[in-house]
Design a protein around this ligand. Structure first.
Ligand code: HEC
Length: 135
């Protein structure tokens, strides 16, 4: 006879239910922690790429291809290194958010809006490219 079995039946049920509840909660907590770790690993969290210098050249290269293939250089000449119809982009003192805003929304009568052409990751690549240009 185990001590548990000597408990009156209602008490035994209460205790064993409590034990089960705690075990269930532990299992749930584990699932949540594992899920969060997976989500971070899968990149659902904040983009790690922008924060690592090692990845910046890759983003800039992607951005350069987008820049060339979408005709930005028609106005921002020599790959953005020289002024044309649009200003020179190399060495710009504009903030990241200004550059992102300008690419997304353009400027009426001056520059087309690209917000429906590029997704945020592509615009981040264009920004990385512009920042990589040597003045
Ligand atoms: C039809 C010409 C034209 C094209 C094409 C064009 N731009 Fe522009 N862009 C301009 C002009 C003009 C301005 C200046 C707008 C103003 O008056 O502030 C500008 C401004 C900018 C700025 C802000 C620079 C600053 O110092 O104010 C960025 C960044 C930029 N363009 C990026 C791009 C990118 C990236 C592309 C391609 C996806 C592109 N542009 C395509 C004409 C163009």
């Amino acid at each position: 006879m185990t001590p548990e079995r000597r408990l009156p039946l209602p008490l035994f049920l209460t205790y064993s239910r409590a034990g089960t509840t705690i075990q269930t909660l532990r299992a749930l907590a584990l699932v949540i922690v594992a899920g969060a770790a997976l989500a971070l690993g899968a990149g659902i969290g904040p983009p790690a790429r922008a924060d690592t210098d090692a990845a910046a050249p890759a983003a800039a290269k992607e951005g350069e291809q987008l820049f060339d293939s979408h005709g930005c250089g028609f106005c921002h000449e020599n790959g953005g290194r020289a002024a044309g119809k649009g200003p020179k982009l190399a060495g710009t003192e504009r903030t990241d958010s200004f550059i992102i805003f300008r690419i997304k929304h353009g400027k009426e009568g001056a520059m087309p809006a690209w917000g429906s052409v590029f997704n945020d990751a592509q615009i981040a690549d264009l920004l990385a490219y512009i920042r990589s240009l040597k003045d």
